[in-house]
Design a protein around this ligand. Structure first.
Ligand code: ZN
Ligand code: ZN
Length: 371
C-alpha cells in the first residue's frame, strides 16, 4: 500500500493547506471526467483516499502512528476507527468511501419502435426509413455539458471524491458514514458554465431517421435489435439499442403457415368437372395454374418456391392453393333441367359418409369461412 504522503507528493510535516493544495492539483489531473484512463482512475482513488485520511486530523494522527487504513475495507483494515467496524458489521455506507465519483457519462436508454409490414414485405424483405424521436449528442458541447472553452471544476465540498463523510454518534461510538455529495450530486465536479444548447445535459432531443433493411421472414411480435441506434447517453455516453417490433397486417388473400403461403382458389363447378387453366396473381407476379378435369374441393395445388424466405435461410417456402368448388345457388329452369338430366345419366350416388378431412383442408376451409 502506497504511503499517503507519497501519493499526494507532500512532506510528512505538510500543513493541512499544503495537503489540500496537493490534492486539488492531482484531482484536476486525474479526475475521471477529465482523464478517463484506467490508470488515472486507480490513482485518483488512491489520491482521494490519501486525502480523506490526511485531511482529517484524527485519522492523520492514527495514520502517523502506523495504523492501517486500507481503503479496500475488511478485516485486515484493523481498527482504523469505529467507522470501519461499523462498516464491517453492517456493510453499506463504507463501500462508497473510497469509491470513485459518479460519472456523468451513462449509457443511453434503449428505444422501441413499432413497424407495420404487409405480407409482401415479409416475403421479400423491405427497406424502411424510420423516424425516431430520440436524444442525440449536443453539437455545441459534444457531450462535455460545458460551454465551449470551459470545463468542469473539482467540487469544493467533496474535493472531487463525489462523497462526503458525516460523523454520526451511535451506540458504537462515532460512526463515519459516507454519502453522495449533495453539492455535485456525487460527480466530484461541478459545471460552472453549463452548455446553453443542452442545459448541461450533453445531449438534445431530436428526430432522427434510421435506415433499416428488414429481412424477409419476420413475423408479428418479432423484435429486431439494432445495437447502438437508441438514444445517446447523458454527457455523450454510449448509445442504447433500438428495438424494432414487427406487426404484419393480415392479407386479403394470403395467409402464412411457416414458410408457406396459403390461399383458396374458388373454382366453378363446370371448371372443376372439365378442368381449366388459369392465371393467379401471387405476391411475386402471375403464376399459371392447371386444374385437372375432376379436381376436388379440398385438393391442394402446390406452387414450389413462391412462399416466404425464412428469416435464417434462403430456400423459399411454397404457395399452397386449396381448391374450393363453388356450387351454383341460382339456376334458371333450363339449367335446372340440364343438371337433372346430368344426374339421371351419371346415376350420382346418394350422399354418404367418408373420413373427415384433417389438416390443411380444414385450415383452408376455416379460413374461407372466416374470411
Ligand atoms: Zn451541449
Ligand atoms: Zn461534491
Amino acid at each position: 500500500m502506497a504511503d499517503h504522503y507519497e501519493v499526494l507528493g507532500v512532506a510528512r510535516d505538510a500543513t493541512p493547506d499544503e495537503i489540500k493544495k496537493a490534492y486539488r492539483r492531482l484531482a484536476r489531473e486525474l479526475h475521471p471526467d477529465v482523464n478517463p484512463g484506467e490508470d488515472a482512475s486507480e490513482r485518483f482513488k488512491l489520491v482521494t483516499h490519501a486525502y480523506d485520511v490526511l485531511s482529517d486530523p484524527d485519522q492523520r494522527a492514527r495514520y502517523d502512528l502506523g495504523g492501517s487504513d486500507s481503503p479496500f475495507g475488511g478485516a485486515q483494515g484493523g481498527f482504523g476507527g469505529f467507522g470501519d467496524i461499523f462498516e464491517t458489521f453492517f456493510g453499506s455506507a463504507g463501500g462508497q468511501r473510497a469509491g470513485r465519483p459518479r460519472s456523468r457519462r451513462e449509457r443511453g436508454q434503449d428505444a422501441l419502435v413499432r413497424v407495420t409490414l404487409d405480407l409482401k414485405d415479409v416475403v421479400f424483405g423491405v427497406h424502411r426509413d424510420l423516424e425516431v424521436d430520440t436524444a442525440v449528442l449536443c453539437d455545441t458541447c459534444q457531450g462535455s455539458c460545458c460551454q465551449p472553452g470551459t470545463s468542469p471544476v473539482t467540487c469544493d465540498i467533496c474535493h472531487g471524491s463525489g462523497h462526503v463523510q458525516r460523523t454520526v454518534r451511535s451506540l458504537l461510538g462515532n460512526v463515519v458514514t459516507s454519502q453522495p455529495c449533495g453539492s455535485c450530486q456525487g460527480y466530484g465536479t461541478t459545471i460552472p458554465y453549463p452548455c446553453a444548447t443542452c442545459q448541461g445535459q450533453g445531449r438534445v432531443r431530436a428526430r432522427r431517421t434510421v435506415s433499416i433493411d428488414i429481412p424477409a421472414g419476420v413475423e408479428t411480435g418479432l423484435r429486431l435489435q439494432l445495437p447502438g441506434s437508441g438514444e445517446v447517453g447523458p454527457a455523450g455516453g454510449p448509445n442504447g439499442d433500438l428495438y424494432l417490433e414487427v406487426t404484419v397486417s393480415p392479407h386479403e388473400e394470403f395467409s402464412r403457415d411457416g414458410d408457406d403461403l396459403l390461399a383458396t382458389l374458388e373454382v366453378s363447378m363446370p371448371d372443376a368437372i372439365l378442368g381449366a387453366t388459369t392465371t393467379i396473381e401471387s405476391l411475386d407476379g402471375p403464376v399459371d395454374l392447371e386444374l385437372r378435369p375432376g379436381v376436388q374441393g379440398g385438393d391442394v395445388l402446390t406452387i414450389k418456391g413462391r412462399g416466404i424466405t425464412p428469416l435464417r435461410g434462403t430456400q423459399r417456402g411454397d404457395l399452397r392453393v386449396g381448391v374450393h368448388v363453388v356450387t351454383p345457388t341460382r339456376l334458371d329452369a333450363k339449367e335446372r333441367a340440364l343438371i337433372e338430366e346430368f344426374a339421371k345419366r351419371t346415376k350420382a350416388p346418394a350422399p354418404r359418409l367418408a373420413e373427415f378431412h384433417q389438416g390443411l383442408f380444414a385450415k383452408l376451409r376455416d379460413r374461407f369461412r372466416n374470411g
